[in-house]
Design a protein around this ligand. Structure first.
Ligand code: PLP
Length: 457
């Protein structure tokens, strides 16, 4: 065959186009057949893990879980009653608090708790910029101003050493968020709060069963607020709860969540009359029935997540450029709603995080880059410029450029660029699955140069 013709033949048969990709591993001396495993999937190799390998979330065991749910459905009692009471008792016992009040979701749990802590217009609440937007929306919904405390990138949490510098005359509360299910340094936070007489409301939406010195997070401050949204470690679809040891506060939260009707009266009876302003964000009997089913698995799942996370970290920390989260020394257990690490492209031949994520996904490892910086998002400025806020605050208090300047969080900005997350269901996999994640990243690192050339030519 003449060379031009031969080339045409090869192109038509697809051999040449494949050959354009093949040489790098041939050059490295990998035998072509058996090393298909060694070729990153993003370059046409075989995925390390099958995409359907991971445990599907949420978990639902029809045989065991549906009995109570069906009883509820068939009873016709769907508004809150005995099953909700039962779930609240179980959740308070689980966290180790005297009381629990459920709500339609975690956002509303936060809104109710902040409201009944008597925080409102004129009050500043200290919070991390590394959180889900709901933490901030709940502050603004009460007419308060979020003041951002930059993060400790190693722990992904609010840097407690930066809290006191942010306290002003208007600071009334700290809202620690145990983000990703990793506990904040509550020992230090409570010491600062006590010293400055600040209210503490914990956003524990991602951290059920996480502990500091064997005490569950959510039980340190005035209140802890949980979420049972579908992705969360207790999945009900939607749902939330406030826990607290303060009976008076919880009675008021109950009334507020039920149209200002007194605590203790049956749902639906209105003849007692309302004694305070309120809203209506009640949990339902079928949510509680699903929650009770999920609760039976939470302890063993949390155990597994902790074991897998520790094992995965022991592997990943041997890879240059992968920096797994660190826990504070006081942490006796984390919840691992997510498994985070920081990615350093310099150790991957300059392969960007976005392309690293793409390559890792191709290996069959679901992953994401996590949050974008919250403190600079449009909704805060929009709130500051709203008619409502203008009635609550002076124009100098609402000067957005000044606010922005005072609320810069450079370490968080960087963390948002560096973070990589795995969702909690990956940690319910086997030890071998953790090794496969490790091998996937090793594979990507080995061929980082070639991947980079392909993805960012
Ligand atoms: C999920 C979540 C919330 C809100 O809970 P919803 O049930 O989704 O309303 C609040 N804060 C954090 C940190 C969360 O992860």
């Amino acid at each position: 065959m003449k060379s031009a013709k031969r080339r045409q033949f090869l192109m038509q048969s697809g051999i040449l186009s494949a050959a354009a990709v093949i040489p790098f591993w041939q050059k490295k001396g990998f035998p072509t057949r058996s090393s298909n495993q060694q070729i990153p999937a993003i370059l046409g190799g075989k995925s390390t893990i099958q995409a359907n390998n991971w445990i599907k979330w949420p978990i639902w065991d029809a045989e065991k879980d549906e009995k109570l749910l069906l009883e509820v459905m068939r009873s016709g009692v769907w508004s809150r009653a005995q099953v909700v009471n039962q779930f609240e008792k179980a959740w308070a016992d689980t966290i180790g608090t005297k009381r629990c009040l459920t709500s339609v979701n975690g956002t509303q749990a936060l809104i109710v708790a902040i409201n009944q802590a008597k925080l409102g217009p004129g009050d500043e609440i200290l919070v991390t910029p590394y959180t889900f937007v709901a933490s901030i929306q709940a502050i603004l919904a009460n007419g308060c101003i979020p003041v951002f405390v930059d993060v400790n990138p190693e722990t992904f949490q609010m840097d407690t050493h930066k809290i006191e510098a942010k306290i002003s005359k208007r600071t009334k509360a700290i809202l620690p968020v145990h983000i990703l299910g990793l506990p904040c340094d509550m020992i230090h936070i409570m010491a600062i709060a006590n010293k400055h007489q600040l209210i503490v409301i914990e956003d524990t939406c991602q951290a059920p069963l996480a502990e500091i010195n064997h005490q569950k997070v959510g039980s340190f401050g005035l209140a802890g607020c949980f979420s049972f949204q579908n992705s969360k470690n207790i999945a009900i679809g939607e749902g939330g709860a406030i826990v607290s040891n303060d009976h008076d506060f919880m009675d008021r939260c109950y009334s507020f969540h039920n149209l200002g009707l007194p605590f203790g009266i049956a749902t639906g009876s209105i003849n007692s009359g309302s004694f305070m302003q309120g809203t209506k964000v009640r949990f339902t009997e079928y949510q509680a029935a699903i929650g009770l089913a999920q609760l039976t698995r939470l302890e063993s799942q949390t155990q597994t997540r902790n074991e897998r996370a520790a094992y995965l970290s022991s592997l990943l920390k041997t890879i240059k450029g992968i920096l797994p989260y660190q826990l504070y020394p006081s942490v006796t257990r984390a919840a691992f709603h997510l498994y985070p690490f920081r990615y350093n492209p310099a150790e991957f031949k300059g392969l960007s995080r976005a392309h690293f994520l793409q390559a890792l996904q191709a290996e069959g490892v679901p992953c994401s880059g996590g949050y974008t910086a919250l403190n600079t998002q449009a909704f805060i400025q929009e709130t500051f410029e709203s008619k409502h806020f203008k009635k609550l605050y002076s124009s100098s208090e609402l000067k957005y450029s000044t606010y922005m300047e005072q609320n810069q969080c450079p370490l968080n900005d960087q963390l948002c660029q560096e973070a990589v997350w795995f969702t909690q269901n990956l940690l319910l996999g086997s030890k071998e699955d953790m090794e496969l994640i490790f091998h996937s990243i090793q594979k990507i690192q080995r061929e980082a140069e070639v991947i980079k050339k392909k993805l960012q030519p």
